[in-house]
Design a protein around this ligand. Structure first.
Ligand SMILES: [Zn+2]
Length: 354
């Protein structure tokens, strides 16, 4: 299996995030990527650096949002020239009205040229700070996903994109949940250049709200997400079973929320239901958004998954026999994410479909 990773992805060094009214230590540390890289190396899989596609990105995000991410930090620092003392990273301090309805069209650009206003418009929460190297790291993370998609398009095989920062909470024009650019959505969109229909299956513990939103009106991309019930878990506002897509996309969005505390058996039974729906859709290619934060000891987990679950996920994905891009999403327990990836790769290799 080919694997892709860009060393610039390590440059993103968030300082903090807000949880239940408290500033917490960051969980998306660069060591996450180093740990996963070490697992690949131990299995004899060497990562390739993706080409520098610069801003030649699959059309997933608005230009105004990309410009904010690209130019925001120096503009934030320049606030010092106006007498303000900006903090070390961009964080929003307003919550502009946004109806949040996923069946409606995208928002317009931020009406204000102020970087303070744009921070509140384009950063959806206090877990997505923009530091001096966030743009570089996020862009290279997206390049990693695109390179994996191009590799799969050329080979019809499987490729792993070691993306960090993650992407599945990033909307068309909005960062959230440690995510800035939606790597999985970009992989889907690049696969669409070759394949007529693509499924995005998300097995991270959190609902892939950004990914769902990006494809919510489309019938050529099905999004399927298994995740902890969002009623009491991030991202709270979407990820419910009644969300089935809108307009042409009606029926092409599937959410399978799991009760908090769910273990391997329920997770895998639910995954089997998801795979039946996916087979009925007859996709030509698959993107797997792979997160390990459902592991029982992950610091933000509410599920009770054992590491072995990821071997079963690998087996089932491989058995589909589809051209597949695996995009790394969450997973924050440094001692666990390596063994989790190892288990997943074992499953892929041992599957009859491999
Ligand atoms: Zn997650």
């Amino acid at each position: 299996m080919k694997a892709f990773f860009a060393s610039e992805q390590l440059l993103h060094q968030p300082l903090q995030f807000m949880r239940a009214g408290r500033i917490c230590a960051r969980t998306d540390v660069p060591e996450r990527a180093a740990t996963l890289n070490a697992v690949l190396a131990a299995k004899g899989i060497s990562t390739q650096a993706p080409p520098d596609y610069a801003l030649n990105l699959p059309a997933v995000h608005s230009t105004a949002y990309l410009n904010f991410l690209k130019d925001g930090y120096p503009r934030w620092q320049a606030l010092a020239q106006t007498g303000l003392e900006p903090g070390p990273e961009i964080l929003p301090n307003m919550v502009p009205y946004y109806n949040g309805r996923i069946d409606q069209d995208q928002r317009p650009e931020c009406p204000s040229p102020s970087v303070i206003a744009q921070a509140s418009w384009y950063l959806g929460d206090l877990s997505s700070p923009v530091g001096p190297h966030t743009w570089t790291a996020a862009l290279r993370s997206a390049h990693t996903a695109i390179a994996a998609a191009e590799s799969v398009s050329a080979s019809c095989g499987m490729a792993y994109a070691l993306c960090r920062p993650s992407g599945h909470h990033a909307h068309h024009d909005r960062a959230a949940g440690f995510c800035y650019l939606n790597n999985s959505a970009m992989a889907v969109q690049r696969l669409r250049d070759t394949y007529a229909s693509v499924v995005l299956l998300d097995v991270d513990a959190h609902h892939g709200d950004g990914s769902q939103n990006i494809f919510y009106h489309r019938a050529d991309v099905m999004t399927v997400s298994l995740h902890a019930d969002p009623a009491n878990y991030f991202p709270f506002f979407t990820g419910y079973a009644h969300e089935r897509g809108h307009g042409n996309g009606h029926g092409y969005s599937l959410n399978l929320p799991l009760p908090h505390g769910a273990g391997n058996d329920l997770f895998l039974d639910t995954l089997d239901k998801a795979l039946m729906t996916i087979r009925d859709f007859r996709p030509q290619a698959l993107v797997l958004a792979l997160g390990f934060d459902g592991y029982k000891d992950d610091p933000i987990s509410v599920l009770q998954l054992e590491l072995d679950v990821y071997r079963h996920v690998g087996e089932r994905i491989s058995a589909l026999g589809l051209p597949t891009v695996i995009v790394q999403e969450g997973g924050y327990m440094l001692d666990a994410i390596g063994p989790a990836l190892d288990a997943f790769l074992q499953g892929v290799q041992h599957s009859p479909g491999a």
